[in-house]
Design a protein around this ligand. Structure first.
Ligand SMILES: [Fe+2]
Length: 462
């Protein structure tokens, strides 16, 4: 009973109603020896999970129903004891209530977007941009800005400063006039104009000394990102090295796709109900020997397409809160430490996954002088599937169909499909674009695939 009520609660939108009937305890009393039944009143029964049973009624007390409904989050609006005075059989007495009818509601305030108060503005691509995505996305770093970045980063690394320890000074900013101008352009590109950018020409040192060349490149990248917005290092550090750690995100718990060689299907970054990133940047220090192709799709365009294609009850699946897997902060390479292991035991994960519920799309219509409306897209199908499993819920067939349609629409709205080369970066608005990566192979003696990711909050500067 609890599993069914819980699944219905997940499927309903806030304010949605459920009216349901259930056998009244008195029905059982009427059909058997009343003294015997009432003598065993508190002995409720229910088949064990996984057992094949013939459809039957199982005895429950009124408290069982009320506590279960309330425990799943429902507000009980009304309850009736139904009787059928004109009907009488060996299981029904006309003077006994034989069914309970509940009128319950999912509270309107049960949306789970706490901490994410502002929905970002939509960006609609023009037909020219849709026909020429490469041109829309291209935003090369000007030579003078590239020279400023390289000069400062080289000097700082020589003094022992790294991307983890760097604190910008007024003097640094004064020497970065062209970088500041480019960063402003990139910020507008990501938040208002296009939503994604393929940036090339960050100077790269020869790879004679891999450590030093990577340190200079990472610091240059960090300085640029920190002028675009606030680099959010709260969950996994300022910059995250996307390198194969010989792990499998599909088979191991709490392992990120970014530290494996496997394919990372369409997703946005971030997996927590309480945390969202405005933009994600990926910088190539060294590409893979083979594969590792980056994909980017315009999720806002995919959303518009789905609205015109799917019936309302399927769109609802993409708009209702759904449980996600819980990923621990850190390096994303599994679970370490006793306390962390305890927090990932089955009992605790049921609660944590259910709390970690939020919709794939949140849309707000334009209003108050705002033409475009607002949209937030947060998706990773694998974490939705494992999140349901950990929450003890099954994915409804409707949600599965809706996610199939979403994946197909994201394929159709692909705007970038290519391999980032050394010194190239890709930035995208994490609320409006999906990204992914094909599997890769690195078996040769040369340097391994090394990308660096940054999460950027566009409305703040450090
Ligand atoms: Fe990602």
């Amino acid at each position: 009973m609890k599993a069914i009520c819980s699944q219905i609660f997940q499927v309903l939108k806030p304010g949605g109603k459920l009216v349901c009937g259930a056998p009244h305890p008195m029905m059982f009393a009427a059909s058997s020896n009343i003294d015997l039944r009432l003598g065993d009143y508190c002995k409720t029964n229910e088949p064990e999970g996984g057992l094949r049973v013939d459809p039957s009624a199982y005895f429950k007390t009124i408290s069982d129903y009320i506590e279960t409904l309330k425990g799943c989050g429902f507000k009980i609006v009304d309850m009736k004891e139904a009787r059928s005075p004109s009907f009488r059989s060996h299981t029904h007495r006309s003077d006994f209530p034989n069914h309970l009818v509940f009128d319950v509601e999912k509270p309107k305030n049960s949306a789970t977007n706490a901490g994410l108060n502002s929905i970002p503005c939509k960006i609609a691509w023009s037909s020219f941009e849709r026909s020429n995505p490469e041109r829309a996305l291209r935003l090369d770093l000007p030579e003078n800005a590239a020279a400023e970045l390289h000069c400062l980063a080289t000097e700082l690394v020589r003094r022992g400063v790294t991307s983890d320890t760097y604190c910008p000074t007024d003097e640094d900013v004064a020497h970065l006039e062209n970088v500041v101008a480019f960063a402003g352009k990139l910020r507008r590109h990501l938040s208002q104009d296009v939503g994604a950018a393929h940036v090339r020409r960050l100077p790269m040192e020869p790879e004679d000394d891999l450590k030093v060349s990577a340190a200079i490149a990472k610091l240059s990248y960090y300085i640029l990102c920190s002028l675009v917005g606030r680099v959010d290092g709260g969950a996994r550090g300022r910059l995250f090295d996307v390198r194969d750690a010989r792990l499998d995100a599909k088979k191991q718990d709490n392992v990120l796709f970014s530290v494996s060689q496997g394919e990372a299907p369409w997703h946005s970054d971030g997996a927590s109900v309480d945390r969202s990133y405005d933009a994600v940047g990926l910088f190539c220090i060294h590409p893979a020997e083979e594969g590792g192709i980056s994909f980017v799709s315009n999720a806002a365009s995919a959303f518009e397409k789905l609205k015109s294609r799917l019936p309302g009850f399927l769109m609802h699946e993409l708009l209702r809160p759904i449980p996600r897997d819980v990923m621990e902060n850190g390096k994303g390479i599994g679970v370490e430490g006793g306390l962390k292991k305890l927090s990932r035991t089955q009992d605790v994960l049921v609660l944590r996954s259910r709390y970690n519920s939020y919709p794939i799309f949140v849309e707000e219509a334009g209003g108050g002088g705002e033409r475009r409306g607002r949209l937030r897209f947060r998706y990773m199908r694998h974490w939705i599937e494992t999140g349901h499993r950990k929450a003890g819920l099954t994915i409804s067939p409707l949600l599965r169909i809706a996610m199939d349609a979403l994946d197909a629409a994201l394929d159709e709205e692909t705007v970038f499909d290519g391999r980032l080369e050394r010194g190239e970066m890709f930035f995208c608005n994490n609320n409006l674009f999906a990204h992914g990566r094909s599997a890769f192979v690195d078996s040769g003696p040369g340097p391994r695939r090394h990308m660096v990711r940054a999460w950027i909050q566009l409305q703040e500067l450090s």
